[in-house]
Design a protein around this ligand. Structure first.
Ligand code: NAP
Length: 278
């Protein structure tokens, strides 16, 4: 039985709330860019999936705040976004460091005025069998993948709830849905992110802020390039569509959730995995 939580955001009384423009009305109004006039923050955007999401959002008209661990990678992607004619801001940040998260989010809100879309994508792996897993490998994965998403979401939540509109997208993993041997730390962090997504979706819904997760399968990025060819072969056999995914496949899913197309979707996990989980 779900109990009411003290201080929980209550649904405003009165008539039905007006949602954002529908995809159809957006189209009819002649706005072809799906994210025109939107400001997005993407963490872990220096490479891989985060970079693909940041570039996709910029191509659809959004201005983008690029956050990654290193200044070098965030600056590089910010330049790519500027080359597309959009505004971009680059920040180097360890998402697991609470004090740095709070000061960076303050800076971002001062620079941008507001944030419409937040993608919690920063993530790491430290794979190994449970029996031999070190405390450090457990901590860095949980702190980056789960605590990081909590810290950033909390820091942006006041501004988003005040706006009464916003999209939060958490990049989870199919490892968090079905588990993966050798990834107890990673699977726990991603399963935690799914629970976090659903609870936050319930808290924020009354203020028009949606919270969803994407669970990628095996996507070709630096994270998976370290896997041995034998292991890649084993994984490939488990993918019904018979191919590894590309970072752009996840960016398409993120765009669906961030744009008007996703306005009536919250608390969901969009699995993009070539059919591995069904
Ligand atoms: N690739 C897959 O098959 C797959 C499958 C399921 C889920 N995912 C998830 O998708 C997300 C992106 O994965 P990916 O494959 O694109 O990984 P990736 O190529 O290794 O890139 C990871 C990104 O996260 C950033 N990052 C790492 N730790 C950080 C920290 N503490 N603070 C801030 N930024 C940090 C990195 O920053 P720098 O560039 O500055 O180093 C980098 O930009 C992760 O959450 C991952 O768990 C990936």
């Amino acid at each position: 039985m779900l109990g009411a939580v003290p201080g929980r955001v209550k649904r405003a009384p009165g008539p039905q709330r007006t949602l954002d423009a529908t995809p159809d009305s957006q189209h009819a109004s002649g706005i072809m860019s799906q994210l025109a006039n939107q400001i997005a923050v993407v963490t872990g955007a220096g490479r891989g999936i985060g970079r693909a999401i940041a570039l996709k959002f910029a191509a659809e008209g959004a201005d983008v705040v690029v956050v990654s661990r290193t200044a070098e990678n965030s600056e590089k992607v910010a330049s790519e976004i500027r080359a597309l004619g959009r505004k971009a801001w680059a920040h180097a940040l360890d998402v697991a460091d609470g004090a740095s998260v709070n000061s960076t989010v303050e800076k971002i809100l001062a620079e941008c005025g507001r944030v419409d879309i937040l993608v919690n994508n920063a993530g790491v792996t430290r794979d190994g069998l449970l029996m031999r897993m070190s405390d450090a490998d457990w901590d860095v994965v949980l702190n980056t993948n789960l605590r990081g998403a909590f810290l950033i979401t909390r820091a942006f939540s006041r501004a988003m709830l005040k706006q009464r509109t916003g999209r939060i997208i958490n990049v989870a993993s199919i490892s968090g849905l079905i588990g993966n041997a050798g990834q107890c730390n990673y699977s726990a962090s991603k399963a935690g992110l799914v629970g976090f997504t659903k609870a936050a979706a319930r808290e924020f819904a009354a203020r028009g802020v949606t919270v969803n997760a994407i669970a990628p399968g095996f996507i070709e990025t630096d994270m998976t390039s370290v896997l041995k060819p034998e292991l890649r072969e084993v994984v490939l056999k488990q993918i019904p569509l018979g191919a590894f995914g590309q970072a752009e496949d996840i960016a398409h899913g993120a765009l669906y959730l961030a744009a008007a197309s996703g306005r009536y979707v919250t608390g969901q996990v969009l699995t993009v995995d070539g059919g591995m989980v069904m």
